[in-house]
Design a protein around this ligand. Structure first.
Ligand SMILES: NC(=O)C1=CN([C@@H]2O[C@H](COP(=O)(O)OP(=O)(O)OC[C@H]3O[C@@H](n4cnc5c(N)ncnc54)[C@H](OP(=O)(O)O)[C@@H]3O)[C@@H](O)[C@H]2O)C=CC1
Ligand SMILES: CC(C)(CO)C(=O)C(=O)O
Length: 306
């Protein structure tokens, strides 16, 4: 397989802007952002600012791109995906690899249903605390990307090729043997802290110190543990402690992506977290009362946003 050179970033928000800046700054890559108008013109005119540094990264329009990308990083919000996913069609060719750094359990299968799972690798971003205000993005901790096929006992050529590209771009990454376990671990984290932070409107620092904040976060997470156990996903009690270690490394002022959405009056990804939990809980006979409560609260916050 040939070395990854052409990289496209789809969704130049908090996460996408960070990854775009890394590839754009590293030699050996040609990096583009993909967007329709009015985003296209805005990104072209204003560029992106990441940790105070301005980047004028080329922006391409979905209907005007002719040559496929080697690697596409998808960093949309989950509710953007159904409307946006077809915009990748001119960028996906035989040798293209698609990676979604989006939270939730479904974005990979969604992209795979359109472009084929043979082109999609699973991924999660852990420990990054990217904040966005307009086109200005800040982060204190870049975190790490865990990625691969669902089973990476022996990583295949596509996976190794992406690792090589991440290394050249200065992005920390790891290839877990059991990627499904990692996907569920991240899902547990998001169901816990994203939702608890959104209903309480507090940053990471409060979860580092307040037993009350920790209690709600853990109640939500334990429902994921019970569901994972039923589905034979290898997620255990100790995984809560692994998350505490990551949490304590985050900036006390940092905010989850869901709290950022609530504060900015945007739609949240609650359907991919509590919504998914309630749905799966019903199918598999696992009670999800804490998730039912936060689902209603976050719906109300969305309905009453300014
Ligand atoms: N922020 C974080 O620290 C982390 C976030 N995540 C996950 O990563 C994903 C992205 O999150 P985040 O970066 O915070 O979200 P943002 O809301 O900051 O970014 C999403 C971006 O997608 C753009 N977008 C929406 N629709 C389209 C479209 N049709 N075409 C092109 N661009 C589009 C938005 O543009 P516009 O602004 O114009 O609407 C926005 O720039 C989410 O699933 C989140 O849960 C995971 C780990 C950490
Ligand atoms: C884990 C966390 C909370 C930060 O990386 C996240 O995934 C998010 O903000 O959506």
């Amino acid at each position: 397989m040939k070395e990854i050179k052409n990289v496209a970033i789809f969704g130049a928000g908090a996460m996408g802007a960070y990854y775009a800046s890394r590839f754009f700054e590293s030699s050996g890559f040609s990096t583009v952002l993909l967007a329709r108008n009015p985003r296209h013109d805005r990104l072209k005119a204003e560029g992106l600012t990441v940790n105070g540094k301005h980047y004028s990264i080329p922006v391409v329009h979905p209907d005007e791109t002719a040559s496929p990308a080697d690697l596409i990083i998808v960093a949309l919000k989950n509710h953007h995906l159904p409307e946006a996913a077809h915009d990748l069609k001119n960028l996906v060719g035989e040798g293209t690899t698609l990676i979604s750094v989006m939270n939730g359990l479904d974005s990979e299968e969604y992209l795979g249903s359109i472009y084929g799972m043979d082109k999609v690798l699973y991924a999660i971003a852990v420990g990054i605390d990217a904040l966005r205000q307009g086109n200005e993005i800040t982060y204190t901790n870049p975190g790490k990307i865990y990625f691969g096929e669902s089973d990476n006992t022996i990583p295949n050529e596509r996976v190794l090729n992406v690792r090589n590209a991440f290394e050249r771009a200065g992005l920390a990454s790891e290839i877990p043997a059991d990627m499904m376990r990692m996907l569920w671990w991240k899902f547990m984290i998001n169901v816990g802290i994203n939702q608890a932070s959104a209903v309480m409107r507090v940053p990471y620092g409060v979860f580092q110190t307040s037993p009350d904040a920790q209690k709600l976060m853990e109640m939500l997470m334990r429902e994921v543990l019970a569901l994972a156990h039923r589905l034979r996903v290898n997620l255990v009690e100790q995984d809560l402690n692994e998350w505490s270690k990551v949490l304590n490394s985050l900036s006390p002022q940092g905010k989850t992506s869901m709290l950022q959405d609530i504060e900015a009056g945007r739609k949240t990804e609650v359907e991919s977290f509590a919504g998914k939990m309630v749905e799966l809980g019903k199918i598999h006979g696992i009670p999800t009362p804490a998730n039912e409560v936060v689902l209603s609260i976050i719906h109300v916050l969305e309905q009453t946003r300014a």
